[in-house]
Design a protein around this ligand. Structure first.
Ligand code: IMP
Length: 210
């Protein structure tokens, strides 16, 4: 049986500059009495995500924050994998949203990114498989170099046009299996019960909390 290092109460940095993710991770950590600070709040650098897998990128981000803040850091690398697009955008999910001009300057335009996915599905013609899944890989890194990694998944289908205003990223086009609503229409509490992030988080909790 794998032995995991336990997380003791105290300072924890969320190694992310993405407000949507930070909000969700805060909510997931709240029941454990952990009040995290984010890498953004501490002014820590945002490393370039040069990895070719979710795990590589999550470890990269967690290690940079653990070293920068000298405490345990938790990173999330996640993305949308579309079956008919051979798993794309996958690790490049955030890159598909990069826009030269968005709200006055370079930024991430999620509606453009969702349109790009839809455009590629449309090119494949009617009757194309619209199934997709979200992956979330959580990495914990300690300042002494120890790391732990957990992966979660949520299966569903892509809808068009986008629906709902809650959540973040690609939530308005993702309808999880067993639900009529998209992630962006569901109450955040419901999303936190069955999302890819919640799945990865429950594995982390089993392994690293007493
Ligand atoms: P990264 O992990 O920073 O590379 O970014 C992954 C991207 O995947 C995010 O910026 C979101 O656009 C998307 N993503 C990850 N998790 C979710 C989610 O729960 N809902 C919607 N989009 C998500």
């Amino acid at each position: 049986m794998t032995r995991h290092r336990k997380l003791s109460p105290g300072k924890l940095v969320i190694a992310s500059h993405n407000q949507g993710k930070v909000r969700e991770i805060r909510a997931l950590l709240a029941p454990f009495g952990i009040e995290p600070v984010s890498a953004g709040e501490l002014g820590l650098p945002e490393p370039e995500e040069t990895g070719t897998s979710f795990a590589e990128n999550a470890l990269l981000k967690a290690n940079v924050s653990a070293q920068g803040a000298n405490c345990v850091a938790l990173a999330d690398d996640s993305g949308l994998c579309v079956t008919a697009l051979n798993g794309a955008p996958g690790v490049y999910t955030a890159d598909w949203a990069e826009a030269d001009i968005f709200e006055g300057g370079p930024g991430r335009d999620w509606y453009m990114a969702m349109g790009k996915v839809e455009g590629k599905l449309a090119e494949l013609g009617p009757g194309t498989d619209r199934s997709a899944h979200f992956i979330c890989t959580l990495a914990l890194a300690w300042p002494d170099g120890h790391t732990e990694i957990f992966e979660g998944r949520a299966n569903g289908n892509l809808v068009w046009p986008p629906r709902g205003t809650l959540g973040f990223g690609y939530d308005p086009v993702f309808q999880p299996d067993g639900f009529e609503q998209t992630f962006a229409e569901l109450d955040p509490k419901q999303k936190h019960e069955m999302s890819h992030r919640a799945d990865a988080f429950s594995k982390l909790v089993k392994a690293c909390f007493d």
